[in-house]
Design a protein around this ligand. Structure first.
Ligand SMILES: Cc1cc2nc3c(=O)[nH]c(=O)nc-3n(C[C@H](O)[C@H](O)[C@H](O)COP(=O)(O)O)c2cc1C
Length: 218
């Protein structure tokens, strides 16, 4: 049973963490996304029927509106408290959602619902071991802040961060199913290579990646 004190510690840590941007992104002006459309989509049961993994993508890019809706569905703020569309461990914000695109790498800032440029390089090919990752328009990378997960073993850190990422991943799958987009959640990643390529600070680690785009087949 969580005590009030423990819960509050988590709430404070979560709130503080949510406002923190990585050093590399701090100097950048965020790129505002269009307001997310929260009243659309297909009925949940039909989206569940259509949910699947796709491994062939066209090069067609995603519009800003689609990106906005996708990111809000993934891990956007859905309550005045600042809480999210996906649950998260101990009320501590651990996962950052990065976007690897042809135009560079961006960090999703849910508070401002904006993208913060993180690096200009196209690192899509390094986000996974399968060929399609290099050409699909978007690879989401779910990065965990290990330093925020105190008093637990490294194994538990990876476990809880992975669960957080998986909930986000399922939100993405369902949004994609609803919108006729294609997606696959991926663990086939060269983690050391991607961590180096993204220049992640010590203690931050990649949990999983997820490709999003339009399927190559109708
Ligand atoms: C933890 C996890 C890791 C996965 N890693 C990969 C991966 O690296 N590459 C891939 O193509 N699919 C990956 N998948 C997708 C699964 O292969 C897929 O969900 C499964 O085959 C069932 O197919 P479906 O999603 O179409 O129902 C992963 C799924 C999970 C849950």
């Amino acid at each position: 049973m969580t005590t009030r004190r423990e819960a509050n510690t988590g709430i404070l840590a979560g709130a503080a963490a949510a406002a923190t941007r990585p050093a590399a992104a701090q100097a950048q002006e965020p790129r505002a996304l269009p307001k997310a459309q929260m009243d659309g989509g297909m009925p949940l049961m039909i989206a569940l029927k259509l949910r699947r993994s796709t491994r062939e993508y066209s090069a067609r890019s995603l519009s800003d509106q689609t990106l906005s809706n996708l990111l809000w569905a993934a891990f956007g703020i859905n309550r005045p408290s600042g809480d999210r569309t996906a649950p998260y461990w101990r009320h501590i914000m651990v996962i950052d959602v990065y976007l690897a695109t042809a135009d560079g790498v961006f960090l999703y800032d849910p508070k401002d619902h904006a993208l913060v440029e993180y690096m200009k390089d196209d690192i899509r090919a390094d986000t996974g071991l399968q060929d399609f990752v290099a050409t699909a328009p978007l690879n989401l990378v779910y990065v965990a802040h290990g330093e925020r997960m105190k008093d637990i073993t490294p194994e538990d850190r990876r476990l809880y961060a992975s669960v957080d990422a998986a909930f986000i991943g399922q939100n993405v799958y369902l949004y994609c199913a609803s919108e006729g987009l294609a997606s696959v959640f991926r663990g086939a990643v060269d983690y050391d290579k991607l961590t180096r390529r993204m220049k992640l600070p010590e203690q931050q680690f990649v949990t999983f990646a997820q490709t999003v785009g339009y399927g190559a087949r109708p």
